[in-house]
Design a protein around this ligand. Structure first.
Ligand code: B12
Ligand code: SF4
Ligand code: SF4
Length: 273
């Protein structure tokens, strides 16, 4: 395929992602991701594959390392907005995955089918968990131009703030990268996100440039403590009570887990979302 063909395939794929329900979409290159901060940091961080939501590692690789699919050249990242008005998009109904996550999975599945039928590209649908062959989605989204890493350690987007969820696929063709973009709302903000953390997960420097030999660290300068945030997730699980779950399609009440979102809900960026 020549350059013009690649450019038009790239725009067609991004357009199709939005038609299928994504609010944002963009491409990052494999080369940009291999050297991106999470990909280099996570294998060095103690306890990377432990804590709430982690899974048994089936990649055959060391903890924190990403297993890239064969022939992967570019990664398409999509974001779906999770607005304040629809908190249920994020809730776990017992062991049933949140509705927002199901929506993301369907978009990526449909997009994979469409891309292979339309362009005959090889595609790969990344699972969520790194331990199962997934990738670090926030870095991928930054490199694809969807936003920046905020002082709350989340992807912050211009239109929806941090209130988005992500998923990705890869193709075996090098697509032009659509990012990163010049965007940094945190420069003019007074750390509202950090002050509302119920566990004070941002209160001290946990990771340093010297120890990790890299400058881009969790929450930018190393002040996000994953084990501390994890404590809140454990607490949210233990606080879950049985509630009616008609919107999840079950007649019987189930335990609904509502994980903490204080650091994203408080962010004023994209306030309309
Ligand atoms: C494991 C995990 C957790 C763990 C650990 C989180 C962690 N950050 O380590 C726990 C259970 C605690 C957790 C909590 C949360 N999570 Co979580 N989590 C994940 C998961 C599966 C992997 C994250 C990971 O291990 N990252 C690697 C660690 C080592 O790095 P890090 O702490 O993120 O720090 C890196 C970045 O800051 C980056 N960075 C810093 N500066 C810069 C600059 C540039 C230019 C770049 C490119 C990168 C970069 O470098 C750092 C490393 O050096 C992802 C899904 C995925 N497959 O990516 C979701 C994910 C990150 N989680 C998500 C969410 C929403 C949450 C919560 C709000 C809980 C909730 N209600 O869902 C909190 C937020 C906590 C926070 N403020 O960071 C969303 C984030 C969406 C967004 N807008 O950013 C994701 C992407 C899942 C999704 N469905 O979309 N999570
Ligand atoms: S609340 Fe402020 S400092 Fe925190 S992520 Fe949003 S803009 Fe950045
Ligand atoms: S998700 Fe909650 S506990 Fe974790 S860092 Fe954000 S505000 Fe703190």
């Amino acid at each position: 395929m020549n350059n013009d063909g690649i450019l038009s395939a790239s725009s067609a794929i991004i357009r199709k992602a939005k038609l299928l329900g994504a609010d944002m979409a963009g491409f990052a290159s494999l080369d940009d991701l291999i050297s991106a901060p999470s990909f280099t940091f996570a294998p060095k961080m103690p306890g990377t594959d432990q804590g709430v939501g982690s899974r048994n590692n089936t990649t055959g690789l060391d903890s924190g390392k990403v297993k890239w699919p064969e022939n992967c050249k570019s990664i398409l990242v999509i974001a779906v907005s999770h607005p304040k008005e629809s908190p249920e998009m994020d809730w776990w109904y017992g062991r049933v995955s949140p509705q927002g996550n199901k929506h993301l999975i369907k978009i990526i599945k449909d997009l994979c089918d469409w891309i292979s039928e339309t362009f005959s590209f090889e595609v790969f649908h990344f699972p969520y968990h790194i331990e199962k062959g997934g990738i670090y989605l926030k870095d991928a989204a930054v490199m694809a131009g969807l936003g920046c890493i905020g002082r709350n350690n989340m992807l912050v987007t211009p239109d929806f703030g941090p209130r988005v969820r992500l998923r990705a696929l890869s193709v075996n063709v090098s697509m032009p990268s659509t990012g990163p973009i010049a965007f940094d709302p945190c420069r003019q903000c007074r750390d509202i996100c950090r002050m509302v953390c119920p566990q004070k997960a941002f209160d001290r420097q946990v990771y340093t440039v010297e120890a990790y030999e890299q400058t881009m660290l969790p929450a930018r300068y190393g002040e996000y403590s994953r084990p501390v945030c994890n404590k809140q997730m454990q607490k949210n699980i233990s606080m879950a009570i049985e509630e009616p779950a008609n919107d999840a399609g079950t007649e019987k009440p189930v335990r609904i887990i509502k994980y903490c979102r204080n650091c994203e809900m408080s962010c004023p960026v994209g306030k309309q979302s």
